[in-house]
Design a protein around this ligand. Structure first.
Ligand code: HEM
Ligand code: SF4
Length: 502
């Protein structure tokens, strides 16, 4: 949906029933979507005919909160208590997640709420982050991607009022003169967190509490089979770049259609462009797996990890704003990256690659470890230094890399990474630590002729007992990484630790 209003509210796609925080995240995401839904029926009148197929009943707390005037958060006249006659300065995006689950790119949203429960799983309140956003414009320094700030915490009773207070702050103080400067991230940037928080508190009518400490964020994609916790199952199916179609032996469209038609199970779309089928009875599990196997859908651990963690936006030919290709070329780019990594002895490495056809950033490339942002025909700006769990903004390293120069442009960076990385350090973390100046210097003096390939066959065999092997297999399935890589990382980390201790 378009418009200068709340566009969407995301939540982790996992339908866990035995983890109250997941149930709460979904419930509050739905309720906040209702709260911030425009009251006008114009869209339905123009586009939809006949009787309504679905009517959604709003939670009474939402209905009450929409009308409650918290210090100027609503307008009394007119149809739209929250949006008034002028709506917001620009689009607005929200997510609700649970501590540690970064399946929804926490830092890229205008507002992210994090469900906080007590030990018994009872909802206490929400941590609030605000001011994230990706879209920028090339050669306009005043536009930039930004990660959200930690704003504070509210008790559960205040969650709708605080959402209204944040919306009112952006509605009343966001830039309505310059559309390129209109997202809430610029307000946060120009004001700073303290002023922003004071304004939100003014609309809320009370101070926000301090942000609660949280565990580290983990990227989750929920591919493969998982128990829901109520006896049923869900299965996450990888969709390369969000395109569901039958292509050669991979019959993804057929599989989706057959699963839904035969088993009538609901679906969720993940923030990493994949799909989750849920509410699967144990007795249907093997029949659904049979469909997936027959249609060529491979196990998550068998998916090339560069592909599994990559995303691309639609770009050409669908998107009128595209400067370059994205969705249609990323498979070949990832293949070339894999060949290059293999050639350099980095066959066990993978990292998060994201690509867009223009700087608007729909596939969130500014959070990737290696981001491609279309900058001129057949050329991409290269962004480096994001983290594997999307907690750090990448930075632009190269203004224009021609697609044809992919290997020459990236080889020095990968060799530098290979030779100078710390144990277990990912490519994005390495680029961030080493610094762009050092990377540039290395690239400038890099001579491919003097580069020595590491022999792939310098492998040695060691034996491990069955129980350790089982643990290793479990870790590989969980992390979606090859066992050899996990073993190598663990040994390197152990050696680094024991060397330090000496
Ligand atoms: C194909 C036509 C599309 C157009 C014309 C379009 C347009 C835009 C524009 C103009 C922005 C920048 C917003 C800003 O900086 O204020 C943006 C950002 C974004 N879009 Fe799209 N988009 C398209 C498709 C999609 C699709 C299919 C998705 C995903 C379902 C998507 C998700 C996003 C996300 C996540 C952002 C970055 C976050 C942000 O800054 O808002 N877009 N898009
Ligand atoms: S990032 Fe991609 S989909 Fe989004 S506006 Fe640019 S080209 Fe279009």
């Amino acid at each position: 949906a378009c418009g200068d209003l709340n566009r969407n509210v995301m939540a982790p796609p996992a339908p866990f029933k035995h983890k109250p925080e997941y149930v709460l995240a979904r419930q509050y995401a739905d309720n906040i979507a209702d709260l911030l839904r425009p009251q006008t029926e114009a869209y339905y009148e123009i586009w939809l005919e006949d009787e309504k197929a679905v009517t959604v009943e709003e939670h009474p707390d939402v209905v009450a909160a929409r009308q409650r005037n918290g210090n100027g958060t609503i307008f009394h006249e007119g149809e739209e208590p929250i949006y008034g006659t002028h709506y917001m300065p620009r689009k607005f995006k929200v997510a609700v997640t649970v501590p540690g689950d970064n399946s929804i790119d926490v830092y890229t949203q205008d507002v992210t709420l994090v469900v906080i429960t007590d030990e018994a799983g009872e909802l206490q309140g929400f941590n609030i982050l605000a001011g994230g956003g990706m879209g920028r414009t090339h050669n306009k320094e005043e536009t930039f991607a930004r990660v959200a700030d930690e704003i504070g915490y509210v008790d559960k009773e205040d969650v709708y009022d605080v959402m209204k207070a944040i919306v009112a702050t952006q509605r009343d103080y966001g830039d309505r003169f310059n559309r390129r400067h209109a997202r809430m991230k610029y307000l946060l940037n120009d004001w700073g967190v303290d002023q922003f928080r004071r304004q939100v508190e003014g609309y809320l009518g009370k101070p926000l509490q301090p942000y609660k400490s949280l565990p580290d964020w983990q990227f989750e994609d929920y591919l493969g089979w998982h128990e829901q916790g109520d006896g049923k199952w869900f299965v996450g199916v990888n969709v390369d770049n969000g395109r569901i179609y039958d292509n050669g032996t991979l019959k993804l469209k057929t599989a989706c259609k057959e699963i839904v038609q035969r088993f009538r199970v609901p679906m969720r779309i993940t923030a990493n462009q994949s799909i989750v089928f849920y509410e699967i009875s144990p007795e249907d599990k093997s029949a659904i797996q049979e469909i997936l196997t027959r249609c060529g859908i491979i196990e998550p651990a068998e998916i090339e990890p560069l592909v599994r963690y990559a995303m691309a936006c639609p770009a050409l030919p669908t998107c009128g704003l595209a400067i370059t290709e994205s969705e249609r070329v990323i498979p070949s780019i990832l293949e070339r990256l894999r060949s290059l990594l293999n050639k350099l002895g980095l066959q066990n490495e993978h990292f998060v690659v994201r690509m867009t056809g223009c700087p608007n950033g729909c596939a969130r490339p500014y959070m990737a470890e290696l981001g491609f942002v279309g900058s001129a025909p057949e050329s991409y700006q290269i962004w480096l230094g994001g983290s594997p769990n999307q907690t750090r903004l990448a930075r632009p390293f190269m203004e224009r890399l021609k697609v044809d120069d992919l290997e020459t442009g990236l080889e020095p960076l990968f060799v530098c990474f290979r030779d100078q990385r710390r144990a277990s350090e990912s490519f994005g973390d390495f680029c961030d630590r080493a610094g762009f100046e050092a990377l540039q210097k290395f690239s400038d003096s890099y001579d491919p002729a003097t580069y020595k390939a590491r022999k792939k066959d310098q492998r040695h065999r060691i034996g491990i007992y069955g129980d350790t092997y089982a643990l290793l297999k479990e870790a590989a399935d969980r992390e979606g990484r090859p066992m050899s890589q996990i073993t190598a990382d663990a040994i390197q980390a152990y050696v680094a630790q024991t060397t330090q201790a000496q």
